[in-house]
Design a protein. Structure first.
Length: 304
């Protein structure tokens, strides 16, 4: 029998007093993928990550990581690291003291990696963490997390407080860890642009439930913006055989968002003998706006 790997969430619900943080969430996250979790403040992202990390007990449903329940599973938790949006550290402690603490918990902790990353980020490992800026504290916890060499890394708004150079550096480090050790990062954010160039799967949380989940490559390769001009204006009905999501007319110029392969879409439009035709890729934000409008949601209200 093949061993189950990755994360399987089924019917997950969590309530705090009268607030329903998550309701009947079900999803599967493949091992070795980089999963981006999008949602506005209060959508349930932090609660979801804390449930995955075994900090909270589910009210309903089940979480299995590599086929095992995570809550109160000490052995499994040695393979998980959670970077909270609010950094925790012992009073008056420094990075080296935290490294010694984590080295006891995580058997694969690498001091070599710790000092390599500390030098890369140019942080003083003997300086007290309470004297660090928010961005420096975030960098410190990223260093500690990667030094623990976890199989699963849960990141809550990890890029907040980092300057653009550091954001790109962290993305490269996460991508490298996925390749080198098959680590599975789950990155929660309210910013689509932050996740577009690193994630291969995207899920959207809204009002405690996952309302949209896709593989990013398939999402981007299966939808296109088409700009085409004709001698005479064309109505939407004229574009037969195309799976049109939206259609906008600007005089003789038609701007469409179309589902389907690029080759088939282009062939069908060119068969109509346009004066001009161009297929353009959509950004992740444009795709989400389009898909959410089809579902009847306003993306601006969902993630900003």
């Amino acid at each position: 029998m093949t061993e189950k790997t990755g994360i399987t969430v089924t019917g997950l619900s969590k309530q705090f007093d009268k607030i329903q943080a998550l309701h009947q969430v079900s999803t599967t996250i493949q091992k070795g993928s980089i999963f981006g979790l999008i949602g506005s403040n209060g959508a349930g992202k932090s609660t979801f990550l804390r449930l995955l990390a075994g900090i909270y007990r589910p009210d309903e449903g089940q979480i299995l990581i590599d086929g095992q329940p995570v809550y109160e599973n000490e052995v499994l938790k040695q393979r998980i690291f959670y970077i909270s949006d609010d950094q925790f550290y012992f009073p008056n402690s420094n990075m080296e003291e935290l490294a010694a603490y984590f080295a006891v918990i995580y058997q694969k902790f690498s001091y070599e990696k710790f000092y390599e990353l500390t030098e890369l980020f140019r942080l003083d490992s003997k300086r007290k963490l309470n004297t660090f800026s928010k961005g420096m504290q975030k960098q410190a916890h990223i260093i500690l997390a990667l030094s623990c060499r976890p199989d699963y890394l849960f990141c809550d708004e990890t890029f907040d407080g980092l300057d653009p150079v550091m954001r790109q550096a962290v993305k490269r480090l996460l991508a490298g860890a996925v390749v080198e050790q098959q680590m599975t990062p789950i990155i929660a954010s309210h910013n689509l642009r932050e996740l577009e160039d690193i994630c291969d799967h995207i899920g959207l949380l809204h009002q405690g439930g996952v309302i949209f989940e896709r593989e990013l490559d398939h999402l981007q390769s299966n939808i296109h913006k088409v700009q085409c001009a004709f001698a005479a204006p064309k109505s939407r009905e004229a574009f037969t055989g195309l799976d049109i999501v939206t259609c906008e007319q600007r005089g003789s110029l038609s701007v469409l968002v179309v589902r389907g392969s690029a080759e088939e879409t282009e062939a069908r439009v060119k068969a109509m003998e346009p004066l001009y035709c161009e297929l353009l890729p959509l950004t992740l934000e444009e795709i989400f706006i389009t898909e959410m409008e089809v579902l009847g949601y306003d993306i601006q209200q969902l993630i900003y």
